[in-house]
Design a binder for this molecule. Sequence first.
Ligand SMILES: Nc1nc2c(c(=O)[nH]1)N[C@H]1C(S)=C(S)[C@@H](COP(=O)(O)O)O[C@H]1N2
Ligand SMILES: [Mo]
Length: 234
Amino acid sequence: MNEEEREEGSPVGRRVVLGMLGLGVAGVAVGASVQDRVSRALAPVGPVGDVLPAAGGFRYYSVTGSVKRRDAATHRVTVGGLVDKPQAFAMADLARLPQTRLERDFQCVTGWRVPDVEWVGVALPDLLDAVGVSPKARAVTFTSFDEVYTESLTLEQARRRDVLVATQMEGRPVTHDHGGPTRLYVAPMYGYKSLKWLGGINLTEELVPGYWENRGYDVHAWVGRSNGRDDAPT
Ligand SMILES: Nc1nc2c(c(=O)[nH]1)N[C@H]1C(S)=C(S)[C@@H](COP(=O)(O)O)O[C@H]1N2
Ligand SMILES: [Mo]
């Protein structure tokens, strides 16, 4: 895991979730060690825009205990729903589409941030053009092969060129821990939109809120302008 810190089951920070539920920490059966780790992880959080001083880097997040690895050779991303030509994209198919490179900060809603992360992949609008979006479609749902996590975007958001089906991170294939072989990367939004272990993309009429959105987080997760952070000091 190297510099990464495992925080299984604490995807956006337990304290934030507890706060939202109005529960005290004592009211939840959480092992002391887990609690300590989370507190430490959250301790350096400053106003939005601060860079974490800690050895930093990504924290590993998964709402499920362990996720079955997918071999890049057999992995497919299926695109279906309200499209003209549903298709299961192999890595080689994705590689044949135009490649987009982005270098952006990665920011979790709890406050940790990794500056200047390089991503390469297929911009979602290019993938959508490849299958042809039906005029009825208004939103996009993303499913993870962890079989639990989901995310969604409006069609307008999904057509942004800074939203990727990422296949590379920091110059290498996206690792399993970071959601490889394919992960969603939504540059302008908080990390929870960037669904890991992307297996399915579905065009829908209505927007279906994702995993954390069903637990109180904003569907439109613009960095600095959502989740009660609109008035955050700069
Ligand atoms: N499938 C899945 N995707 C996920 C999550 C998750 O728990 N499961 N956590 C999200 C959150 S809250 C963040 S901040 C980032 C963390 O990415 P990392 O684990 O690569 O650091 O992944 C996002 N995507
Ligand atoms: Mo997060």
